[in-house]
Design a protein around this ligand. Sequence first.
Ligand code: ZN
Length: 395
Amino acid sequence: MKNRTLTEAEALRGKIIGWRRAFHQIPELQGETVMTEALIAETLHSVGIEEVRTGVGGHGVTALIRGALPGKCLAIRADCDALPIREETGLPFASENGNMHACGHDAHTAMALGAAALLWARKAELRGTVKFIFQPYEEGGRGALSMIRDGVLTDPKVDAMIALHIGNIMGVEYESGDVVHTAEPASANIYGFKAVFRGKGTHLANLSDGINPLFMASRAALRLEELRLEALKAGERVASAVTVIQGGTRNNIVPDTAEIQGSIRSFDREKHKAFIARFQEECGRIAAEYGGSVFYETMTDVPCTINDPKLHRRFTETASRIISPEHMKELKQAPLMGEDYAYFSELVPSLYFYYCSKPADGPCYPHHHPKFDISEKTLPLGAALFTEFALQWQT
Ligand SMILES: [Zn+2]
């Protein structure tokens, strides 16, 4: 017999796809998701949900469904912002405002709304509360923190949390419809830096009067690469590189300063911090060796998404009621990508999984590509996964 949640989600297919298309046509950037906010609230009201809050941490939206049975509070989070990319999909509902849902957040929003509609209809058998969190500003990494600062995890206090990412972010080896899960971190620690080395400018004719900051910058760039190779040898998965070197204006003048920029990405939070501290120290040591100085600046610092092993186990059990075994796959290697859901996962036991969705026909373009698309066929199942988890995680 077919799972009831899945049957009900399939019956909602037309609506969920319609919502996805409506959001797809109004892509908005970062914290400016005004129309998106209004449409989420309107859709929540249209399915009967009363407790809807807009303006949470900017233009975030929350909705509460209180079950008839006592229990804890689960949050389901969907990000809802788009990218400054001109769409080239040629879809009949393609965006025309110069922005694009090229990361599938329109699908995240539609699937969460689907789950909200399904759970609203099953309040009588729901234990505890489900809080839906529609979060803007994931691209740029500021939305989760704004909502947390505005108290999204309190009143009622969130006890556990779940979210997904659609598309093909996790590698080409997965098929459309695969639920790709892991008890390990699901996204990377993302760190970006800038280091400005100060020496002493001089003309080439008076070389002994100067201190060349370009030497410091080059040494630091190479040192970062040595540190990366050491970490790889030690079995860590680290991606790091200096990607910008700037300094100097003429071929016969030593400049005062030289700047490097780069990134460090990895999965183990403590080792990541140690790696950054080591590199920072090395920058200071190199500058001092030349008699110069360094001004070091952190540009980005997003933690990795931590998965809770108990929730992971519970999730694979509940997902197995909906997904056939050949579509349940363990994530081989988490992508070296950032995800600001990580901030929630630092505060609340969380689960973050990937849901593979590729267009049924034609080529599959990567995320953030002007031709990126998903398969709408997979949307009801995504809503069913959230719904079944919300109904079963406390049983
Ligand atoms: Zn995304």
